[in-house]
Ligand binder design. Structure first.
Ligand SMILES: *Cc1c(COP(=O)(O)O)cnc(C)c1O
Ligand SMILES: [Zn+2]
Length: 424
């Protein structure tokens, strides 16, 4: 292992052991930090909890600031107990960009982009995977896998390569070819399942049991979720240790949104940032919006979408596992959810690229489009501090925008032709 891993290890060593176990989100029942995903008493989802009261006097802003620029700077708040198990591709601590131009266009004075297009495999999924694959190594599991809409497959495959573990990724067969290719490059076996993400997820679940491997978003899900909350930690730290007023989050399974909310609560509890209201807002494309629809129609229940149809492949999860929890958080925080159309999503992508120089995949266009509608409807005040979570890179889904742009017309290599083309 390289020196960079060793330095992460020594840092984590002194900061381990605050993760006490798992707790049911629904009934509060506590469990040891084992490989278990649902509550025995009520089948509710489990999440990791920490000894925050013991940690509060010890974890200072300056301590964190002095550390490496990766998500492991928050080691006390991550559930890895054996530092030797850490798989570190240097995910996290991505830029928080002040978006002056996009802010001006939309009518917001304090708009920021949390830019996760620049993670090791170009999406935020490197965060949850870093924690989940480290946990699988800690447990000595024989391999890792996932069910994925594309980005998770690449992130899991890359971490598995680094961890020297075999890896199977289950994806819907109709994905953008770039997303099918990438995990193969990292050496994973890609299982392209005919049907939707939910079909791929169903067979992945069976495979996880069959192999007894760690499937990061299935049987390692509570640990996996912990990696995603570092997006919220970083946004707070990079805002100068304050929380934003509004977080806009793309929704697939809903777990990213619930994790961001959990991260904010932990920072409040620790006193690392001053407690305040943060409106947590969700965004899904119209062609697959089970959570946003429930919000907009004032329902409690999530009605699954059987045939998702949207350019935002990353968000095409028809039956979102964390949908109810996400909905509850959006409502409870005073946030909103919306479901822009595919043309609005692509406009959002192009607007972001052309104002800020950030090329996001359609998930990024979705949050831009949702914010645009919200500002137009007066749901966001121009003076509020708004963080847009830009979760994936546009180069991973090039076919989504390509169809909306005019084709190139090659010209002869002559001055006349250049003059005619440019009209000068
Ligand atoms: C997975 C993914 C999401 C949604 O995350 P969930 O935890 O499934 O809600 C958002 N954006 C991108 C780019 C993703 O890959
Ligand atoms: Zn329970």
């Amino acid at each position: 292992m390289g020196t960079e891993v060793t330095s992460v290890q020594s840092r984590v060593e002194e900061s381990m052991g605050y993760a006490l176990g798992l707790r049911c989100r629904a009934c509060g029942e506590a469990y040891p930090p084992s490989r278990r995903v649902a509550c025995d008493a009520c089948f509710g989802p489990l999440e990791v909890f920490y000894d925050l009261d013991a940690l509060a006097p010890k974890l200072k802003r300056a301590t964190i600031e002095a550390r490496d620029n990766t998500l492991w700077r928050y080691a006390e708040l991550l559930p890895i107990l054996d530092p030797g198990a850490i798989v570190d591709l240097r995910a996290g601590f991505t830029p928080l960009r002040k978006a002056e131009n996009l802010g001006e266009t939309l009518g917001l004075r304090h708009l920021y982009l949390k830019d996760d297009t620049v993670n090791p495999t170009y999406s935020f999924k490197d965060r949850p995977v870093a924690v989940a694959v480290s946990k699988c190594r800690e447990w000595g599991l024989g391999g890792v896998g996932c069910a994925s809409t594309g980005n998770l497959a690449a992130a899991t495959a890359a971490a598995a390569a680094r961890a020297r573990l075999p890896c199977y990724v289950f994806v819907p067969a109709g994905l953008d070819p770039v997303k099918l290719l990438t995990p193969v490059v990292y050496g994973a076996k890609v299982v392209a399942v005919k049907g939707t993400y939910d079909d791929a997820n169903r067979v992945a679940l069976l495979a996880a049991d069959l192999l007894d491997w760690g499937f990061v978003n299935i049987n390692v899900r509570p640990y996996y979720a912990e990696g995603s909350k570092t997006l919220a930690f970083e946004a707070c730290e990079q805002l100068g240790w304050r929380a934003p007023d509004v977080e806009v989050v793309p929704l697939g399974s809903g777990l990213l949104l619930t994790s961001i909310a959990k991260g904010l609560q932990e920072f409040f509890h620790l006193g690392l940032v001053k407690e305040q209201q943060v409106r947590i807002c969700g965004s899904q494309p119209e062609g697959c919006a089970p959570i946003a629809r429930a919000f907009l129609e004032g329902r409690e229940d999530i009605i699954p979408v059987e045939r998702p149809a949207t350019v935002a492949e990353s968000l095409a999860i028809g039956d979102p596992a964390s949908g109810r929890d996400a909905l509850e958080i959006i409502r409870g925080s005073g946030g909103f959810a919306d479901a822009p159309s595919d043309p609005e999503v692509i406009d959002g992508q192009l607007l972001l690229a052309r104002t800020e120089g950030v090329f996001a995949e359609p998930a990024g266009g979705t949050v831009v489009a949702t914010l645009r509608r919200a500002v137009a409807d007066g749901k966001v005040d121009p003076s509020e501090v708004v963080v847009l979570n830009i979760t994936g890179n546009g180069l991973k889904a090039p076919h989504a925008v390509a169809g909306s742009l005019p084709p190139l017309e090659p010209i002869p290599a002559t001055l006349e032709a250049v003059r005619a083309f440019l009209g000068v």
